[in-house]
Write a protein that binds this ligand. Structure first.
Ligand code: PHB
Length: 392
């Protein structure tokens, strides 16, 4: 089988890329190891930056998001048992964020692609990339118990951290950077009304907690835990108690509780690879970089990568221009490191570090006091949170 762009991975990056290419009359095929059902139900991130929201709308996949998502204009930082609002929109010329689950974005993109005749092979596992230094790279994959080959002009590696694409860049060319944090996030979904109109990020002596939302009926919450802990060690009552203690304030606010319908622990780490391109292979999203979730940047960064890639591929196919493709890695890396910096900064400010005997905690409180009292500092947080402009 032949196509123009072979896409490994049908998460937000791969799906959005195939959608953008389709709008530019470039043909693409997606090879995805998971089932459609799994992709559409996996609970992941939920914050869309203004730029992501705009792109979904402009390309005709924003309708359900506009009906079911929730626009937020601020977030709250909570420490010393007091809340402080960061008015994101006031500080960024009216920019907003949208709370809408990643799997909902995935659902919308899959149906839009399939309705337009797009080719997505689900449960098709890429087993290797070949000839990526040549003009006809191929993706080998297994589907329905058989081996197949997809020959393309270009391969987009959108297959996440554990995929086959990144390791296809020879190790002597590849530099990987990683930081692991000594904590994880215990995440839950609960059937309860929202406790707050805006997200609450809390630093407490016992550690970080985050109150987020998915819908008027379902809430998403997290608290910092040992990365090696097991969800089985926590009863629902213990989970609620931990969340209550960490988010407690003086003014009588109360956490809304309800049946917990999902629990999970995620480790906290940052990862980046350089370069993001080798031969005819271009990496995008988690295949190239992982940011800590504290900055809510992961999916947004993936969408930005593929937007840059789609623009570069258009210039190449339509005008024979190679400059944008040649710049792809640098363009994306510059942006990704800014997102790394912001995510690292949020993470450092808001978590309890196990070896801290108090010095760091006091620095964190000073930082939080500063961010919530200085307009300059709050503006810096706000412009990063809503997403710095696309070309910066
Ligand atoms: C979420 O709602 O899942 C969420 C929100 C904000 C974050 C991370 C996760 O920073």
């Amino acid at each position: 089988m032949d196509t123009q762009v072979g896409i490994v991975g049908g998460g937000p990056a791969g799906l959005m890329l195939s959608h953008l290419l389709h709008l530019q009359d470039i043909e693409a095929v997606i090879v995805e190891a998971r089932s459609r059902e799994k992709l559409q139900t996996e609970v992941r991130a939920g914050v869309l930056e203004q730029g992501t929201v705009d792109l979904l709308r402009e390309t005709g996949v924003g309708e359900r998001m506009d009906q079911e998502g929730a626009v937020h204009h601020g977030i709250e930082l909570r420490f010393n048992r007091q809340g402080h609002r960061i008015p994101l929109s006031d500080l960024t010329d009216g920019r907003e964020i949208m709370l809408y689950g990643q799997h909902e974005v995935v659902k919308d993109l899959i149906s839009t692609r399939l309705d337009a005749g797009g080719q997505i092979f689900f449960e098709a596992e890429a087993v290797g990339l070949h000839d990526i230094e040549t003009q006809k790279p191929t993706i080998r994959y297994r589907h329905d118990g058989q081996d197949h080959e997809l020959r393309c002009d270009v391969i987009a590696g959108c297959d996440g951290y554990y995929g086959v694409c990144r390791p296809s860049i020879p190790s002597e060319i590849r530099t990987e950077y990683e930081r692991r944090y000594p904590f994880g996030w215990f995440g839950i979904l609960a059937e309860a009304p929202p406790s707050s109109e805006e997200l609450i990020y809390t630093l407490h002596e016992r550690g970080f907690a985050l109150i987020s939302t998915r819908s008027p009926e379902v809430q998403r919450m997290y608290f910092q835990c040992d990365p090696d802990d097991d969800v089985g060690n926590w009863s629902d009552e213990q989970i609620w108690k931990e969340l209550r203690v960490r988010t407690e304030v003086h003014d009588g606010w109360a956490l809304e509780e309800g049946p917990i319908i999902e629990k999970g622990i995620v480790g906290m780490r940052s990862f980046a690879v350089e370069p993001m391109q080798y031969g005819r292979l271009y990496l995008a999203g988690d295949a190239a970089h992982i940011v800590t979730p504290t900055g809510a940047k992961g999916m947004n960064l993936a969408i930005r990568d593929v937007r840059t890639l789609a623009e570069a591929l258009r210039a190449w196919y339509e005008k024979g221009r190679t400059d944008l493709l040649e710049d792809y890695s640098n363009t994306c890396l510059k942006r990704a490191w800014k997102a790394q910096r912001f995510s690292w900064w949020m993470t450092s400010m808001l978590h309890r570090f196990p070896d801290d005997e108090g010095f760091q905690h006091n620095l964190q409180l000073a930082e939080l006091e500063y961010v919530t009292s200085s307009q300059a500092a709050a503006t810096s947080l706000a412009e990063n949170y809503v997403g710095i402009a696309f070309d910066h």
